[in-house]
Design a protein around this ligand. Structure first.
Ligand SMILES: Cc1cc2nc3c(=O)[nH]c(=O)nc-3n(C[C@H](O)[C@H](O)[C@H](O)COP(=O)(O)OP(=O)(O)OC[C@H]3O[C@@H](n4cnc5c(N)ncnc54)[C@H](O)[C@@H]3O)c2cc1C
Length: 367
């Protein structure tokens, strides 16, 4: 089988399939796996992941990561409403070294027997074969784990993501509290700006809704940094975050999509690392079972929906419910107040809101 892309989704898919005896080739276009880093580098704690995931079997094993990858324990999150008023949110995790995580996961796949070709972009399908600059390859199953603008998905005629947020981040040195700060309002229209501390530095960035974006992203990030007296120590790197939840289908013919390619991202946070790892592993498992004649490939679709489908759906529904207020600072502020710490925590975890009726659009908040 062929896995396209060696990010968290591709590596976990390759590792799982290889561990079940499948012959696996991973195509990665980058020269070095995990470079350049395009990420806020926040990974929720196992406890948080358990709050979000319906099924917990095997999570310990998947997220048992060595200390050199886990930068710093983040004790909680703090949401800044447009006025600057703050709301403490019960949400823990780690700032991570993302490049190291991607290489660690790739190494695990190779140790399990997968073959990895770096500097080998997938260029398209030709008569069912995968075309690369090196050679053509054939896969009984193809797993498209090639990120938010997946060529595998496009070539197979999967629909585009409804909403792709452009996002940008930089590193900066300094001493920060162990708090994930998220700033809402004009600083990052429709999305948020973040400060995620590591041991001796922080990852700072922002993601915005494309139709509300006014300034170039780089200028918006500079404004955010200047307003806080922060100075970047790295060049900004950027990418896209699929915010509209999973595609209607993630299996077509002999092709499965996993991770960002499939839209496996939580719409209330833009977090997609742990979901990519979980869905990647399920894709690898389904592909191996199919290759061994044990199950139809479609089993993948129901597998990831069982584990994360509810969270993705609730996340996208919440996002749509709150989205109209994103360009109206006063309403946004009022919604934050109504939600309070409990509601904001539930939103971040893609759980049902304790005060859902109070913020429903049929019953807009009064000021
Ligand atoms: C700026 C930014 C900040 C973010 N911050 C966070 C965060 O703090 N926490 C979090 O959980 N999520 C965050 N995300 C989202 C998270 O990074 C993604 O959800 C996650 O990387 C998805 O993993 P993936 O394996 O599906 O895709 P990717 O990590 O994008 O991996 C795809 C791989 O495929 C390769 N590839 C692409 N095209 C081809 C091709 N044609 N041929 C071969 N290889 C190809 C790429 O080089 C890449 O290695 C952020 C995203 C952005 C853009």
């Amino acid at each position: 089988m062929v896995v396209v892309g060696c990010g968290p989704a591709g590596s976990t898919a390759a590792q799982e399939a290889a561990s079940q005896g499948a012959s696996v080739l991973v195509l990665e276009k980058a020269k070095t796996v995990g470079e350049p880093v395009r990420c806020g580098e926040f990974l929720p704690s196992l406890e948080e992941i358990r709050h979000i995931c319906a099924e917990t079997k095997g999570l310990e094993d998947l997220f048992d990561l060595p200390p050199r990858i886990l930068g710093r324990f983040i004790e909680r999150a703090r949401a800044y409403a447009p006025s600057g008023r703050t709301f403490e949110v019960d949400f823990q995790g780690h700032s991570i070294w993302r490049g190291r995580l991607d290489r660690y996961l790739a190494r695990k796949a190779v140790d399990e027997g997968a073959e990895l070709w770096t500097e080998t972009p997938f260029l398209g399908f030709d008569n069912g074969d995968l075309v690369t600059p090196r050679t053509r390859v054939h896969g009984t199953v193809v797993i498209g784990a090639d990120g938010p603008r997946s060529l595998v998905a496009r070539e197979m005629g999967f629909p585009d993501h409804e909403l792709l947020f452009p996002a940008l981040s930089v590193s900066l040195s300094g001493s920060f509290d162990p708090v994930f700060e998220a700033y809402f309002g004009g600083v990052a229209p429709g999305g948020y700006a973040w400060v995620i501390p590591r041991l001796h530095d922080a990852n700072v960035g922002l993601a915005v809704r494309p139709d509300l974006k006014q300034d170039p992203l780089r200028a918006a990030l500079d404004t955010f940094l200047q307003a806080r007296g922060l100075r970047a120590t790295s060049r900004p790197t950027g990418g896209f975050v699929p915010m509209s939840g999973p595609l209607p289908t993630t299996a077509r013919g002999n092709v499965l999509l996993a991770g960002d390619a499939a839209g496996h991202v939580l719409s209330t946070s833009g977090g997609g690392i742990f979901t990519a790892m979980i869905c990647g592993r399920l894709a690898g498992r389904a592909a191996a079972r199919f290759a061994a004649g044990l199950a139809p490939l479609e089993e993948y679709e129901s597998a990831w929906r069982r584990v994360l489908g509810g969270a993705f759906e609730r996340g996208w529904a919440l996002f749509q419910m709150l989205a109209p207020s994103f360009d109206d600072p006063e309403t946004l502020e009022e919604i934050f107040r109504l939600l309070g710490p409990e509601g904001l925590t539930a939103a971040l975890r893609c759980q049902d809101l304790p005060v859902a009726e109070a913020v429903s659009l049929e019953n807009p908040p009064t000021r």
